[in-house]
Design a protein around this ligand. Structure first.
Ligand SMILES: Nc1nc2c(ncn2[C@@H]2O[C@H](COP(=O)(O)OP(=O)(O)OP(=O)(O)O)[C@@H](O)[C@H]2O)c(=O)[nH]1
Length: 601
């Protein structure tokens, strides 16, 4: 074991795509932690497959031994932080395990919303910040300009800021030297009771849940009986060790060290990120501050297209949950979609990741309903209930008030798009709070906005309005009462629960009309006329008809030469897979997401 003076614990924070993984790989390579051959894949990023197969490595923390220019060897522990806004709690815990952070900024993009969001989290955790300008090899790099912006932000002299190309390996050795020089060694009391912070975990089929820990105080041996202080779960470790980068068992972890404790536990929910591990014989007085259960903010129904896939879907969700304690789900029955699951996610990006993994890794055909937030409904009786699906909303006559979650939203955009961004946010019921100029040509706008407006296609519209130049970050503010009502859709006279949404009353009429005309496009012609209606507060506000297929259209379909007929049949079959029978009407998956795609003017 190294003495503490020769340990550095740090992480890399960056906006998405600014080069965090590439820089990490380059450092692993320079320190000989992995060979050039192993470099083939991005080590820190591509662990999904390994996790699936139950292989034990997931390099979200990795130990490197670095021979510095002063002739001494240092142990550098690089801790990975999740890249998405939805995981800011996890990021904040990973930061707590470090003394310093490399702040990577893309020289062609400059400071973005998540650069700032991550920087503020790192400053909150009292970390030493080492700014690094990346991608200097690109012709469009604006190195001096970005250095000036960082100078304005952090007060660091522009000429002192590292300028690198992680991809080409330019000046990456300077980054390692600076980590040793600028980031302080860990503190911590070896003789105090054990306090080990869990900053990540993964499930291993042999060793159970493996907790990634930073030992803050004390030490831990494989024979110690241990306790998770917030969940009150006791364990005898299966193994303790370090990541180098594979899991390597050690005899002891001490204050300042980063490593793992294999717990033998069967679910990650008993071993939460942010919790503190201590010993049972001599427990710490208090857990480390800041632990919380991240709450799901966005909810949606996930249904198998074919009813017989229900068990497979359940199994897939259970498997995903093994490594993701923030994914929650429970069985749900929909009149329209039959048996499925109501799932809760940290945010929209988290939801997209899960949806994609179900489809790609588990090869499931699923129907996902429009996302909803969690509402607080105050009944006339004074009772407050929480609902996360429009189907659960009680009859309007019983409701005194509906409250919805509001967020603080930060957008950074080139000043040219100021007007269009303001217009977008206003249209989504947002309230402007303040503006700052982190760089002369870029403005940072702060708003308050209902979460329900953010989850409906907001990010895509922001991107398209700003040609991809704006970036955003958001976090929860509070619950506020809103003038809200349920917008229902009836197909063939039957209300379709999976198509209902909760909307602001002022927008109900407009949204109802737009939704009906969108559905009219999406629902294919059937053998009979199908009426589509929207209703709010028990009143029909819009209707349209999908006309029946005419005989000659049918005739055309089934006439013609044999290959064409075959093709048509194939196409129909493929189309069918993504259709859901509701009553006697076939409704395609797109229809359930139609509320997200309303053309707005
Ligand atoms: N030209 C150039 N491209 C780079 C450099 N560093 C990274 N890239 C490229 O930029 C893209 C994003 O890099 P990543 O390392 O995946 O970025 P990241 O920040 O880890 O992204 P997330 O994992 O999505 O957060 C990749 O296509 C890299 O090859 C660099 O120094 N120069």
């Amino acid at each position: 074991m190294m003495d503490k003076e020769h340990i550095r614990n740090f992480c890399i924070i960056a906006h998405i795509d600014h080069g965090k993984s590439t820089l990490a790989d380059r450092m692993l390579q320079l320190t000989g932690t992995i060979s050039d051959r192993e470099m083939m894949d991005q080590v820190l990023d591509s662990m999904d497959l390994e996790r699936e197969k139950g292989v034990t490595i997931k390099a979200s923390a990795v130990r490197m031994i670095y021979q510095a220019k002063n002739g001494e060897s240092y142990e550098l522990n690089l801790i990975d932080t999740p890249g998405h806004v939805d995981f800011s709690y996890e990021v904040s815990r990973a930061l707590m395990a470090c003394e310093g952070a490399l702040l990577v900024v893309d020289a062609t993009q400059g400071i973005e919303a998540q650069t700032l969001a991550n920087l503020y989290l790192a400053l909150d955790a009292d970390l030493v910040i080492v700014p690094v300008i990346n991608k200097i090899d690109l012709p469009s790099a604006r190195v001096d300009e970005v250095a000036e912006d960082i100078h304005n932000l952090l007060g660091i002299e522009p000429e002192k800021i590292l300028r690198i190309s992680a991809k080409e390996g330019i000046n990456v050795d300077q980054v390692l030297e600076t980590v040793v020089k600028e980031i302080p060694p860990p503190k911590g009391d070896l003789d105090a009771p054990l306090q080990a912070l869990i900053f990540d975990s993964h499930y291993d089929s042999y060793k159970g849940v493996v907790a990634y820990v930073r030992v803050m105080d004390g030490k831990v041996n494989p024979t110690d009986m241990l306790r998770m202080m917030s969940t009150n779960v006791d364990i005898r470790p299966v193994e303790i060790g370090v990541f180098s980068p594979d899991m390597r068992p050690v005899k002891e972890l001490q204050a300042g060290d980063v490593g793992y404790i294999a717990t033998g536990l069967k679910t990650v929910s008993e071993c939460r990120v942010g919790d503190t591990i201590t010993t049972i014989v001599r427990p710490a007085e208090k857990p480390l501050p800041g632990f919380r259960h991240p709450k799901p903010m966005v909810f949606a129904g996930i249904y198998p297209v074919e009813g017989e896939d229900y068990e497979d879907l359940k199994e897939a969700l259970e498997k995903l949950q093994l490594n993701d304690a923030s994914l929650v789900f429970e069985p749900e029955k929909s009149q329209a979609l039959n048996f499925g699951f109501r799932c809760g996610f940290l945010g929209l990006f988290h939801m997209e990741i899960i949806q994609e993994r179900l489809e790609r890794e588990y090869d499931l055909d699923i129907v996902v309903t429009a996302p909803s937030v969690e509402y607080e409904v105050v009944l006339n009786s004074g009772e407050v209930i929480r609902i996360d699906s429009p189907a659960q909303l009680p009859d309007e006559s019983q409701i005194a008030e509906i409250r919805e979650p509001w967020m603080i939203l930060q957008i950074i955009t080139p000043v040219d798009y100021y007007g269009t961004v303001m217009e977008l946010v206003k249209k989504r019921r947002g309230i402007f709070k303040e503006q700052e100029y982190p760089a002369p040509t870029r403005v940072q706008l702060t708003f308050e906005i209902p979460l329900s407006e953010l989850i409906v296609d907001f990010f895509d519209e922001l991107k398209s309005r700003t040609r991809g130049y704006a970036s955003m970050d958001y976090h929860f503010a509070d619950y506020r009462p809103g003038n809200l009502t349920k917008l229902e859709v009836l197909v063939g006279g039957e209300p379709v629960d999976a198509l209902a949404t909760i909307v602001h009353r002022d927008n109900a009429y407009h949204k109802g009309q737009a939704l009906v005309s969108k559905l009219k496009e999406l629902i294919p012609r059937q053998l009979f006329d199908v009426a589509i209606q929207a209703s709010a507060s028990g009143r029909i506000i819009s209707r349209a008809n999908v006309k029946a297929l005419r005989k000659d259209v049918l005739a055309k379909c089934y006439g013609g030469d044999i290959t064409r007929k075959k093709k048509l049949l194939e196409k129909q079959k493929r189309g069918k897979r993504r259709m859901k029978m509701v009553g006697n009407v076939e409704i395609p998956q797109e229809a359930f997401m139609a509320i997200l795609r309303l053309e707005e003017d």
